[in-house]
Ligand binder design. Structure first.
Ligand code: DC
Length: 217
C-alpha cells in the first residue's frame, strides 16, 4: 500500500490539500484530527475535567467511535450519531488538543490509523503521521504557514460558514494549539527528518497541490 503523510500546525492547509490530492490520486483521505476531535467531543459530553488523565482514558476506552467513508468523505460517528459537523467548533478543537496528549487516547487512535493504512492507499494528515503513525510512508510532507496567514484562513472559513468569531480570537487559539501540540510529551508536532517542508504562506491551493504532486512523482 502507498502512503502519503502530511503533518503541520493548525491552519496550514493540510486537509484542503489532502482532500484534493486524494481525489486526483484516487487514494483514501484519512483525517486524523477528526478522530482526536471526536474523543474531545466525547469528553466534553461526559462533562469530565479534560486534565483528568484517568477520566479521559476511561471515556476514550468506552467511546463507541466508528468511521465511514462516503464518496471520499470521512464521516465520524460517536455512539451511533454522525458528529462530523459538531466536531468543527473551536471548543471541540481545544478539547482535542487538550486530550490528545494522553497515551491512552493516542494508542487507540494510532492503531485505528495504522489499520486503515494497511488496507488502503492513504493520504493521512495530522501532527505525528510521518514521525509516529507511518514512519515508512512513501512521501512525507510538512506543511507550514505563518501564524498570521493561518489565522486569516481559519477566520475566512468560519465566517463563510456563519460561525461567529474574531480574527484575534482565532489567532490566539492557533498560537495556543501550536504550543500545546509542539510541547506535549508524546508524539509532539515536529517535522520528520525525512519530511519535505512546504511553506504555503505565499502559495495558493493549486500551487501547493502542484508542488506536492511534483514531489510525489
Ligand atoms: O487537525 P485538527 O485541527 O483537526 O486537529 C485537532 C487536534 O487534534 C490538534 O490540535 C491536535 C490533535 N491531533 C493530534 O494530536 N494528532 C494528530 N495526528 C491529529 C490531531
Amino acid at each position: 500500500m502507498k502512503q502519503i503523510a502530511i503533518d503541520g500546525p493548525a491552519g496550514a492547509g493540510k486537509s484542503t490539500i489532502a482532500k484534493i490530492l486524494a481525489e486526483r490520486l484516487d487514494y483514501m483521505y484519512v483525517d486524523t484530527g477528526a478522530m482526536y476531535r471526536t474523543i474531545g467531543l466525547a469528553c466534553l459530553n461526559a462533562g469530565i475535567d479534560l486534565e483528568d488523565e484517568e477520566a479521559v482514558g476511561k471515556v476514550c476506552e468506552e467511546a463507541n467511535i466508528f468511521i465511514r467513508y462516503e464518496n471520499g468523505v470521512q464521516i465520524m460517528y460517536l455512539d451511533g450519531e454522525d458528529v462530523s459537523k459538531e466536531i468543527r467548533t473551536e471548543e471541540v478543537s481545544k478539547a482535542a488538543s487538550d486530550t490528545s496528549k494522553f497515551p491512552k487516547v493516542r494508542e487507540r487512535l494510532v492503531q485505528m490509523q495504522r489499520d486503515l493504512a494497511e488496507e488502503y492507499n492513504v493520504i493521512m494528515d495530522g501532527r505525528d503521521i510521518g514521525t509516529c503513525v507511518l514512519p515508512n510512508a512513501t512521501l512525507k510532507i510538512y506543511l507550514t504557514a505563518s501564524v498570521e496567514v493561518r489565522a486569516q484562513r481559519r477566520f475566512k472559513e468560519y465566517t463563510e460558514k456563519g460561525i461567529e468569531c474574531t480574527l484575534e480570537e482565532i489567532r490566539k487559539d492557533i498560537e495556543q494549539r501550536d504550543y500545546n501540540d509542539m510541547h506535549r510529551e508524546i508524539s509532539p508536532l515536529c517535522k520528520a527528518e525525512d519530511a519535505i517542508e512546504v511553506d504555503t504562506s505565499d502559495l495558493n491551493i493549486e500551487e501547493v497541490v502542484a508542488a506536492v504532486i511534483a514531489l510525489w512523482k
